[in-house]
Design a protein around this ligand. Structure first.
Ligand code: F6P
Length: 669
């Protein structure tokens, strides 16, 4: 590395700058005709297939990028991360989210201490707690099981769990995910909640809000309900007439109550996780509407336990619970996930009901800590979430040990550097052809300008040593599931700006196409009887047709010559021309179970790290979010003073003062 420490001064960087001119001379159409090249740009790992042959790059480009990685000391930096070195130097912290999913018994040190046993202690505590809530052993202040969960958090304490929660929600998980958990098996088979004769115990809205998971709880409240059906029999028997007939009738009535009412002492209730992030009262209202505090568990998720929005929302929910059930109910209805257990206790949550994590976990990398594991275990059961952790861990090990030319996160990271810093494409579209992945792009981009995995990590203006960057770092990430996106912004990516795209496809859909015929049993999926339905292909094949077609449309485009041959009128030729030569990559997942979702998450997390390591920035701090927060503090004080004591607006520029005046006038009307 050159003396300034900036990667742009390395020979490899300069070489790549010169190489751009060669690449610009070659259209992707031409590159795609070289089968040997294409074959070398496909990598498989643990069931995943990455095809990056549609990048505007040659084998030579990759040799040069590898050289850049070498000169940027990428391997050393990855090793330092895994070794627990304090690579987040501006916060003096290690970066060890990989320890959160390390197998029990492995060793990962931070400050000379193996952190894996601590991780597993919390995981075991989560398993125990979520099992008790799900089984009904843990009940609320009035003795009712807690069937609804509100997770309160923002940024990394919200978007990661939301992504995984949404991805798992469809209900079909691979059989290997679910064996120990019958309730997960029900979820896997796509079964919906059945609330039977106990509806009166739960408010009707409880049942309406339930989605996805079905949990079976012991019938603690009315174990003797079926016996009621014998009362007439007893009465008649005492009268010594029509005893046999009445006994038979009562027995039938018992069976009826058992199966339709109590299910032989077991009834089903639904569990539902809401995610409350925005301090906007609309979000609070939407989250609690229809919920009953008696059956609700609130999980306050905040690394610092100081974040203004989360704490205000937590106080609101605490008030909602206390008002209905009394202040002592908070102990049964509120738990916390945080690194700051002192503040958790001060807030009024029993420290025994707090789930710790550590300052070596960055907020946006925290979904594999209690931040995500607790709410997800409450919803899906710990066994399912454990599979998710195992998927992420598989990628961690691969990232740590695979040679760069076969290393998925490294390849993806180097491609991003190539596209951003050399080809000059500042944005990236994340396009999963799966509705279950609808929250992937928001998690990676984290659209609230609050806590992007990618944009918060790499949206930096200085190097890790504080030197202003003479090159662009970071990308503008955005995305939408296919095919929805095709009907909105794809026009721009086909004929407007060049935006490298990540196409993510899934071989086996989460949703069996043939629900009725297979009895919702995912292990019994049959190919659709096309002749019978009259459709050409199944829904999933239709979706995937687009997944396979779009990358070629971007790469090859359509020339005026082709259009002329098709007799397109001359006035439309330019409108219908597609320049092509637009890069993309395709990632094909075997299915979308918890394991694969963990893999996907880790790939994106490590890709961000690779980019940051090569650009020479600190991907693990987020000072850029502080200024706005501190200005909000000043405004908050002004609003308080003006509303309480009618104090005049002072200390703001003309524009802000005018807007504040209008806001306060309106509020006072
Ligand atoms: O504003 C950014 C940020 O600090 C993130 O890094 C973090 O995930 C989010 O806010 C929420 O913070 P906390 O978990 O401490 O409430």
């Amino acid at each position: 590395m050159a003396s300034s420490g900036l990667v742009c001064e390395t020979d490899a960087w300069k070489d790549l700058k010169a190489h751009v001119e060669d690449i610009k001379k070659t259209h992707l159409r031409e590159l795609m005709s070289d089968t040997k090249r294409c074959r070398s740009m496909m990598v498989e790992f643990d069931g995943l297939l990455l095809d990056y042959s549609r990048q505007c790059a040659t084998v030579d480009t990759f040799n040069k990028l590898n050289k850049l990685a070498e000169e940027a000391h990428l391997k050393d930096k990855i090793n330092l991360m895994f070794s627990g070195e304090r690579i987040n130097i501006t916060e003096n912290r290690s970066v060890l989210h990989v320890a959160l999913r390390a197998p029990r018994g492995s060793v990962i040190n931070s400050d000379g201490k193996n952190v894996v046993p601590d991780v597993w202690q919390v995981l075991d505590k989560i398993k125990d707690f979520s099992d008790r809530v799900r089984s009904g052993a843990w009940v609320g202040a009035t003795g009712k099981p807690l069937t609804n969960v509100i997770a309160i958090g923002i940024g990394g304490s919200f978007l990661g769990p939301l992504f995984v929660h949404t991805a798992l929600q469809t209900g079909y998980l691979d059989a290997k995910d679910i064996s120990p958990y019958p309730e997960a098996a029900e979820l896997a088979s796509g079964r919906k909640l059945h609330l039977t004769a106990f509806k009166p115990i739960y408010k009707p809205e409880d049942s309406q809000r339930v989605s996805g998971k079905t949990s079976r709880l012991s019938n603690t409240y009315f174990p003797f309900l079926p016996v009621i059906s014998y009362f007439p029999f007893i009465a008649v028997f005492l009268c010594k007439s029509l005893a046999i007939v009445t006994a038979a009738a009562c027995f039938l009535s018992h069976l009826f109550v058992c199966f339709y009412g109590g299910g032989l002492g077991v009834y089903a209730v639904g569990q539902f996780v809401n995610c409350l992030a925005n301090v906007d009262p609309i979000d609070v209202a939407r989250n609690i509407t229809g919920l009953n505090p008696e059956t609700t568990l609130a999980v306050v998720v905040s690394k610092t336990f100081t974040t203004a929005e989360t704490m205000l929302n937590a106080r609101t929910i605490r008030e909602w619970i206390s008002a209905a059930l009394g202040p002592e109910a908070v102990a049964k209805h509120m738990v916390a996930v945080s690194t700051n257990l002192t503040l958790v206790e001060k807030f009024g949550i029993d420290p025994n009901n707090a789930f710790a994590f550590w300052d070596w976990v960055g907020g946006r990398y925290s979904v594999c800590s209690a931040v995500g594991v607790l709410p997800l275990s409450l919803q899906y059961g710990f066994a399912v979430v454990e599979k998710f952790l195992q998927g992420a861990s598989s990628i961690d090990q691969h990232f740590h040990s695979a040679p760069f030319e076969k290393n998925l996160p490294v390849l993806l990271g180097l491609l991003s550097v190539w596209n951003v810093s050399f080809l000059g494409y500042p944005a990236r579209a994340i396009l999963p052809y799966s509705q279950a992945l609808e929250k992937l792009a928001p998690h990676i981009q984290q659209a609230c300008p609050d806590d992007p995995v990618s944009m918060e990590s790499n949206g930096k203006g200085v190097s890790i040593d504080g030197v202003p960057l003479p090159y662009e770092a970071g990308e503008i990430d955005f995305g939408e599931p296919g095919t929805n996106g095709q009907h909105s912004f794809y026009q721009l990516i086909h004929q407007g700006r060049v935006i490298p795209c990540d196409f993510i496809g899934v071989v086996k859909s989460q949703q069996p196409v043939y629900l009725k015929e297979t009895g919702n049993n995912p292990s019994n999926i049959e190919p659709r009887k096309l002749a019978y339905t009259g459709e050409l292909v199944s829904n999933h094949d239709e979706l995937m047709s687009n997944f396979f077609a779009q990358p070629d449309a971007l790469a090859y485009g359509k020339t005026p010559e082709q259009l002329l041959k098709e007799n397109v009128p001359s006035n439309l030729i330019t409108h219908k021309t597609f320049s092509g030569n637009r890069p993309s990559l395709s990632l094909l997942l075997p299915s979308l179970n918890a394991y694969n979702i963990g893999q996907l998450l880790a790939i994106y997390e490590h890709r961000v790290a690779v980019e940051g390591f090569v650009w020479g920035i600190n991907s693990f701090d987020q000072w850029g979010v502080e200024l706005g927060k501190s200005l909000a503090t000043q405004v908050r004080k002004q609003l308080h003073a003006s509303r309480k004591n009618a104090e005049p607006i002072e200390g703001f520029n003309f524009s802000t003062a005018t807007l504040l005046t209008r806001y306060l006038e309106h509020m006072h009307r």
